[in-house]
Design a protein around this ligand. Structure first.
Ligand SMILES: CC(C)(COP(=O)(O)OP(=O)(O)OC[C@H]1O[C@@H](n2cnc3c(N)ncnc32)[C@H](O)[C@@H]1OP(=O)(O)O)[C@@H](O)C(=O)NCCC(=O)NCCS
Length: 156
């Protein structure tokens, strides 16, 4: 069964390894266990995990500013993709952002990551600009944005 919860400090290692393998592949390892642990303890950041039968199947990390939030990490394990885990994580984040008074969520995604760009479009993000060399000077990012205003449309 799928359930969403806030991460605990003991989840930091698992999240960091998933980040290295599923998000940062080929770019080094910037989201180390200690950095993830600090984010879990940071009151201005939500680290959220999706459990399936008590095992972490996906996670997201979003940092809150005054009026916007930045979605920094988002991944679902390979074996659990296309089962709406990502969509369910996003719905949790969107509801929380609304309660926090956030109006816009921003993110960057690797330009070559076509599946993620399509996923983000499906959950309502639009592509705003390309940022050349964003990843270690070698890979471009697509900057995407989504207004957060209506829970009724949260699944699309
Ligand atoms: C992007 C990612 C998070 C999507 O997670 P997911 O749980 O598989 O997504 P969902 O099942 O909720 O998909 C929702 C919709 O998004 C779209 N979508 C998701 N994955 C897609 C893909 N590989 N190709 C095309 N569309 C896709 C589909 O419209 C899908 O709906 P459908 O399955 O009913 O057709 C996942 O593929 C992933 O972890 N990728 C590696 C890490 C990554 O790239 N993270 C984002 C950058 S930080």
């Amino acid at each position: 069964m799928l359930s969403i919860r806030l991460a605990r400090k003991r989840d930091a290692d698992t999240i960091a390894v998933m980040s290295r393998e599923l998000i940062e592949a080929g770019l080094g390892w910037s989201w180390t266990p200690s950095r993830v642990a600090r984010s879990i303890l940071n009151r201005e950041t939500n680290v959220v995990v999706a459990d399936i039968d008590s095992r972490i199947a996906g996670f997201a990390l979003m940092h809150y500013f005054e009026e916007h939030a930045h979605l920094l990490l988002f991944a679902v394990s390979r074996e659990n993709r296309r089962q709406s885990v990502g969509r369910t994580l996003w719905t949790w984040l969107e509801r929380t952002a609304l309660v926090a008074g956030i109006s816009t969520v921003h993110l960057e995604v690797r330009a070559g990551n076509t599946p993620a760009r399509e996923f983000y479009r499906q959950i309502g993000f639009t592509e705003a600009e390309t940022v050349r060399g964003y990843y270690r000077g070698v890979e471009a990012a697509i900057r995407m944005r989504r207004r957060v205003s209506n829970v009724a449309h949260s699944s699309r």
